[in-house]
Design a protein around this ligand. Structure first.
Ligand SMILES: NC(=O)c1ccc[n+]([C@@H]2O[C@H](COP(=O)([O-])OP(=O)(O)OC[C@H]3O[C@@H](n4cnc5c(N)ncnc54)[C@H](O)[C@@H]3O)[C@@H](O)[C@H]2O)c1
Length: 250
């Protein structure tokens, strides 16, 4: 069993389908967990379910695209828990439009949440982790970043998630000498609220394209995150890990 006892983990979008499983899994490993999400009611419901003795969980209403909100929340997490050891940049939004229909607002929204938000949270966490000489940053990208648009994702989603891979490598390079590892996980189609409408329409077609013959679950993604957050992965940085049932092998 992986132990993250004494560590504090921040999970953005922790009330969503994949985020919840990441939160529960990190808590099960012994970490204190903080959810940053715009949906505070849902985030509080997730926190309510974490009832391990000697562990704390907190939900904060934070829009990760707002630097002031992020900085204020990180200051209160430090006051509350004393450290920020693990940051999981999981919050994201989907976009599924053909190129002529994409508006500037679509571009701004998708880039802000999927790429600028993780930059803001990681940049805010960096000096804290440098001071600690320890940090784990795990970015949730997507198979679409490598494979290109498909059933679910369009050009701007792909670009934003590919950009997140670029950020992963940049932060990994600079974090390496400070005890900070930075990695990304690329889920394939995973059964959550975000993709429900698309998956329901084309479920069999999508499953047929996955060599393992099933969609991913939030737990599949959380398992990879737990590993990358743990001491088992201490020599792994800048890695872009596929969790997709064989949909893409590279
Ligand atoms: N579900 C899939 O098939 C799939 C596949 C590949 C990658 N991903 C990625 O996995 C991550 C989680 O996806 P999911 O399927 O659980 O989606 P979801 O919609 O269930 O969860 C996303 C969460 O992010 C939060 N969020 C959105 N904008 C935010 C903001 N500005 N600030 C703070 N929180 C914000 C939402 O409130 C929500 O709780 C996303 O980054 C997504 O792009 C999902």
């Amino acid at each position: 069993m992986i132990s993250l006892k004494g560590k504090t983990a921040v999970v953005t979008g922790g009330s969503g389908g994949i985020g919840q499983e990441i939160v529960f899994s990190l808590a099960q490993c012994g970490a204190n967990v903080v959810i940053l999400d715009v949906k505070i009611d849902l985030a509080e419901q997730v926190v309510e379910k974490i009832k391990f003795p000697n562990q704390k969980a907190l939900a904060l209403q934070v829009d990760i695209t707002d630097r002031v909100q992020v900085e204020n929340s990180f200051n209160s997490i430090l006051d509350h828990f004393g450290s920020i050891d693990i940051l999981v940049n999981n919050a994201g939004v989907l976009s599924n439009k053909s190129i002529p229909n994409i508006t500037k607002d679509d571009w701004d929204r998708v880039m802000a949440v999927n790429m600028e938000g993780p930059f803001i949270t990681s940049q805010t966490a960096f000096p804290i982790m440098m001071k600690q000489k320890f940090g784990r940053i795990i970015n949730i990208s997507s198979v679409a970043a490598k494979k290109g648009p498909g059933f679910l994702a369009d050009t701007i989603y792909v670009a934003s998630k590919a950009g997140l891979i670029g950020l992963t490598k940049g932060f990994a390079h600079e974090g390496a000498k400070h005890g900070i590892t930075v990695n990304a996980v690329c889920p394939g189609p995973t059964d959550t609220e975000m993709v429900k409408d698309f998956i329901n329409e084309k479920r069999e077609q999508i499953k047929a394209g996955v060599p393992m013959g099933r969609l991913g679950t939030g737990q599949d993604i959380a398992n990879a995150v737990m590993f990358l957050a743990s001491d088992l992965a201490q020599y792994i940085t800048g890695e872009i890990m596929d969790v997709n049932g064989g949909l893409l092998m590279d």
